[in-house]
Ligand binder design. Structure first.
Ligand code: PRX
Length: 637
């Protein structure tokens, strides 16, 4: 029996048991439900940990877009694949059926081919949340190019870093974007980035806002020119199971963001299996994931998961509060959304407004609610449950990471327990453990520890682009025999997992990950700065806020004008090097940082001060200069 679709609690337990004891049979049976050019020789292979070289379905050949598009044409050609809701509610929404999406993906694939993109080439995609973003991603997959989407909020420097790291020669972008009331001249950001990327041969530009842009002769071309007369069919390139599908850059505790690599077959099976089972998707659902395709949630649960399942996926260009805090609910009402998947930070920002914004719309179509990206606090969970779900929609609190490809721990909607602030039980095929600092497994329930995973699953990260050693050292080496998540978790008395948060130097701001080292090196680019230390602190809406302690070049400013100049320069440096999304919420200018005699910054103390726990700073006697702490406490923001 295949457990492709789990419908009862008994089936969940049976599936969990089989996936744990006979994974080859379990995943082999599920993989039978896809369209393959050639079947696999082995279901699971490679060495999980510490080598970090897992393989899945090795020997198989396929094309993911045949599974997302071609195979639905027989039965779902006229079904809606994508509903696009624009930023401005006064503009008309657009809809693409599976046939239309197929044709547009093929045309885009032909345009990419015509412009020299070949199998294995990396294509950087820096586009607004418009249908062409989804189409370009799929077009890359159709011709075997490796897509790397960069969230269109990252700065020129961040784009350049990614273009260079990926060795990309092709960029797809647009003239501009509207996000809420903000306007971003996307093409000029790309132009600035490419000044340091001479290797880029072609920039394909999609017209969206019709703002004037510079087109560099010989490098930049308009999509609407290139697509003239191009065929609406394009043969899908045969890919091997372990060929790379995409690179997605994500922050870690050290260095620059790393390119997480996912491959074809395992990712496909994982995206589809988790999507259908977690959300308990039915044929007529209208599913809306509010994430941007620039993040992994958009990859797996806006695009690949839904399209692999033949579902209707809504794509939204805007933000929750534009033009009013009722926008999400208006869109749900307008398109009769049945499954809604968003982030706690969005819920918290909407909770701050009158509940009348929710009550103004009919949410009776809703059936399942989801949460992702960060721990959802109980207050937000109850508000979501009561006001949006009207007490009748199960909430799935889905825990996963860019590296895991898809959800690892979550309730299956309406089937396994959904308890506030608990991600819940692991999905079949996921063997989570709690580890002590020394790497021993903590047995039993009602326990807390480092969250790790004991065996490979089909969606696991395969490598970090161009540097396998970095992947090995980050995820598989810290606790040999395990995949290390970087999160701390608690297993409650019922065996449900509650994610506590990161145990490394990663800050989760509104569900987006930043390394403290990454923000510090951006701040240090300011000519006003000598040194900085960044920590996270609890923030009512964002989950965590960014608190920066900064030592200035010319000592502590003694007047407001100087202070403001320094602070603006710090903010500018962060915006230029990463993007607005990483701007510190609080900046405290200091004359020194608490360092040990060996020169290590004691972040524990800085974190406590930022959290407001100044009474209980622990032992400060090992510090080089304990007086620094008094100054920091006195100047706390
Ligand atoms: O700390 C966990 C948190 O987000 C991290 C992964 O971030 P990223 O790779 O950007 O992926 C976000 C979307 C999957 C995790 O290490 N996180 C994600 N989902 C949850 C969560 N923390 C608690 N509960 C969740 N449901």
């Amino acid at each position: 029996m295949s457990f492709a679709r789990i419908r009862t609690l008994d089936e969940y337990h049976a599936a969990y048991e089989q996936a744990a004891t006979h994974p080859d049979k379990f995943w082999g049976d599920i993989a039978e439900g896809f369209s393959w050019r050639r079947k696999w020789n082995t279901v699971r292979g490679g060495e999980f940990s510490p080598a970090g070289t897992s393989t899945w379905f090795e020997g198989a050949a396929l094309n993911l877009t045949e599974n997302c598009l071609d195979r639905h044409l027989a039965t779902r050609a006229n079904k809606l694949a994508i509903i696009f809701e624009p930023n401005d509610p006064k503009e008309r929404h657009t809809r693409l059926t599976y046939r239309e999406l197929y044709e547009q993906v093929c045309q885009m694939a032909n345009v990419l081919l015509k412009n020299g993109v070949q199998k294995g080439d990396r294509v950087i995609i820096y586009l607004p949340m418009i249908p062409q973003l989804a189409i370009t991603v799929l077009a890359c997959a159709r011709i075997g190019a490796v897509h790397s989407v960069v969230f269109a909020g990252f700065s020129a420097t961040a784009i350049a870093d990614r273009v260079q790291d990926a060795g990309a020669e092709f960029v797809v972008t647009a003239d501009g974007l509207n996000r809420g009331a903000k306007q971003i001249p996307v093409k000029s950001v790309v132009d600035e980035a490419l000044q340091s990327c001479p290797g880029v041969r072609r920039v394909l530009v999609v017209e969206h806002t019709s703002w004037p842009v510079n087109m560099q002769a010989g490098r930049d071309v308009w999509f609407h020119d290139e697509v003239q007369g191009v065929a609406k069919a394009c043969p899908a390139v045969e890919m091997q199971a372990e060929d790379p599908l995409f690179i997605l850059y994500t922050s870690g505790s050290t260095g620059k963001p790393k390119g997480v690599v996912h491959t074809q077959a395992g990712y496909m099976v994982w995206a589809s299996f988790t999507f259908q089972n977690v959300f308990q998707v039915e044929e007529n659902d209208v599913y809306w994931c509010t994430a941007d395709i620039g993040w992994v949630t958009g990859h797996t649960y806006l695009l690949y998961g839904p399209l692999l399942s033949g579902s209707t996926s809504l794509m939204f260009e805007g933000v929750p509060t534009y033009p009013s805090p009722g926008r999400f609910w208006e869109v749900i009402d307008k398109h009769h959304v049945t499954i809604f998947y968003t982030a706690p930070t969005a819920i918290r920002s909407l909770m701050a407004h009158s509940v009348d914004h929710v009550l103004a719309y009919s949410l009776s179509s809703l059936r399942v609610l989801g949460s992702v990206g960060e721990p959802i606090n109980e207050e937000a969970w109850h508000w979501y449950h009561q006001h949006v779900g009207k007490g009748r929609c199960p909430i799935v609190d889905t825990w996963w990471q860019t590296e895991t490809g898809g959800i690892l721990i979550s309730a299956l909607a309406g089937i396994t327990p959904s308890v506030p602030a608990r991600a819940g039980l692991p999905l079949p095929g996921v063997l989570p453990v709690l580890l002590n600092q020394d790497g021993t497994e903590i047995e039993g329930n009602d326990q807390e520890g480092y969250l790790a995973v004991k065996a490979s699953w089909p969606g696991i990260i395969r490598t970090t682009w161009g540097d396998h050693e970095r992947a090995r050292q980050t995820y598989f080496q810290p606790y040999p025999g395990y995949y290390f998540t970087g999160d701390g978790a608690r297993r409650d008395a019922q065996g449900l997992y509650r994610i506590i948060g990161r145990v490394d130097d990663v800050i989760n701001v509104s569900g987006h990950r930043f390394g403290t080292a990454e923000i510090e090196s951006a701040i240090n680019e300011s000519p006003e700065v000598v040194e900085s230390a960044v920590v996270g602190y609890p923030h009512d809406v964002k989950g965590q806020g960014i608190y920066a302690y900064v030592i200035c070049q010319n000592g502590l400013p003694d007047n407001d004008i100087d202070r403001q100049r320094v602070e603006s320069s710090i903010l500018e440096a962060v915006v230029a090097n990463i993007g607005r999304i990483a701007k510190p919420d609080k900046i405290q200018l200091v004359s020194g940082l608490p360092k040990t005699r060996s020169g290590k910054i004691m972040r524990r103390i800085l974190r406590k001060v930022a959290e407001g726990e100044t009474q209980n700073l622990g032992d400060t006697t090992t510090l080089l200069d304990p007086l620094v702490v008094e100054e920091i406490v006195a100047g706390k923001k």
